[in-house]
Design a protein around this ligand. Structure first.
Ligand code: SF4
Length: 385
């Protein structure tokens, strides 16, 4: 009965969300195509640059940023190679074959646990895939409340981003083998002699933190302490260059704290939408072959109507980085926070140069930075001479 009541209230909440004026506006922005799903990478990237309204709006509307970037003439230059993707699929299927046998053995060995039976529930099976997001989310919640389930594969998680519910369908395993619920992240990059690419490990830790946060929210709804979901994530990668797994424990406490803080600080989508011009649309007007027919200039104009905050970190996390970098050329912010600081906080390069060369009179708050810039310019001239 309690489950039925909860399902009904979830349905009502979702119905309210999808039929709200905000949802209508987001549909107009996106055009008549299915929205792109959020994933842990997009949420982690949102929090990497929380001041960027452009990204927040495009992601909330589910706009295909890869296609949009292509259409405005600045295709994204990052993403996994097809080789890495197929290698990852092979590695993961090997781990999950035969009731997740290899995965469970590796995790147990790393945690120092004895062998034993473990009930595995796969919520991503084809019959479950026919269900709606909220139904799958409810199934995940039910699975978490069952004491006899030790491992949940493909849970459907939900987090709130800028006031909107966002569903995550991770290729993720939540395992409860030693009393605590743990996120198990399977990645295709190798751990060689106990070491892995630090940038990839950092990205994996941030994405895993999104799952920790979502699982903790679910746990709270079940009336359980959030701390039952461990912040120690199990990262499973190929050992050396083979297909045998190596398991590392990642402490994601810092990432979980950063993520919670940034998500809490994000401006609500409704407020961001209020600042956009009426009728603004990123509809790519796809033809029968799925090719965008909307003129590039028109789409670039639509992008210009949203406020962006380009920083060099965007290049590693956002599909629109090349477009936004071109747009931000000349601003000191585009060179990074440390450069902007070193230039005395001047908003653009031209102002910093003018202050350094004494061509403009510094304002009351620019006296000190102008003096330092003139000094730096003198040193540079001497060094070049
Ligand atoms: S690349 Fe552009 S849209 Fe993406 S986060 Fe950076 S500034 Fe925002």
């Amino acid at each position: 009965m309690a489950v039925a009541a909860r399902q009904e209230s979830t349905r009502q909440a979702i119905l309210a969300a999808v039929t709200s004026p905000v949802a209508d506006r987001l549909r107009t922005l996106r055009g008549p195509v299915a929205p792109r799903r959020h994933n842990a990478r997009t949420i982690a990237a949102l929090t990497a640059n929380p001041g960027c309204d452009r990204r927040a709006v495009l992601d909330a509307a589910g706009v295909d940023k890869v296609l949009l970037a292509e259409q405005v003439g600045h295709p994204a230059r990052f993403g996994q190679s097809p080789f890495a993707i197929s290698r990852g699929v092979t590695f993961e299927s090997g781990l999950k074959a035969d009731g997740h046998r290899a995965l469970l053995a590796a995790v147990r060995e790393r945690l120092g646990l004895a062998e034993g039976p473990a009930a595995v529930l796969d919520l991503g099976r084809s019959e479950a895939a026919q269900l709606s997001n909220e139904e799958r989310h409810e199934r995940t919640r039910q699975a978490l409340s069952r004491a006899d389930v030790a491992v949940i594969d493909h849970p459907m998680l939900r987090v709130e981003v800028a006031g909107q519910p966002v569903y995550l369908e991770p290729d993720l395993v939540a395992a409860r083998l030693d009393g605590q619920l743990r996120v198990v992240e399977i990645k295709s990059f190798p751990i060689i002699d106990g070491r892995a690419d630090q940038a990839k490990v950092a990205a994996a830790a941030m994405q895993a933190a999104v799952y920790v946060l979502a699982l903790r929210q679910l746990h709270r709804q079940l009336g359980r302490p959030a701390a039952d979901v461990s912040a120690d994530v199990l990262l499973v990668c190929p050992r050396d260059f083979g297909n045998q797994p190596a398991v590392a424990v990642l402490d994601t406490r810092r990432q979980v704290a950063v993520l919670s803080r940034q998500l809490a600080r994000m401006t609500r989508i409704a407020d961001l939408l209020d600042r956009l011009p009426e009728g603004l649309s990123f509809d790519l007007a796809l033809d029968a072959d799925g090719v965008s027919t909307r003129p590039a200039g028109e789409l670039a104009g639509a992008l210009a109507a949203t406020s962006a905050r380009y920083v060099p970190e965007c290049r590693a996390s956002c599909e629109l980085a090349l477009h936004c970098r071109t747009e931000a050329r000349g601003s000191t912010g585009a060179l990074g926070a440390s450069v902007r600081e070193a230039l005395g906080g001047a908003a653009d390069v031209a102002t910093a140069l003018a202050l350094a060369e004494g061509r403009v009179k510094p304002g009351p708050h620019e006296q000190e930075s102008a003096r330092l810039l003139r000094h730096a310019a003198r040193l540079r001239a001497e060094a070049l001479a």
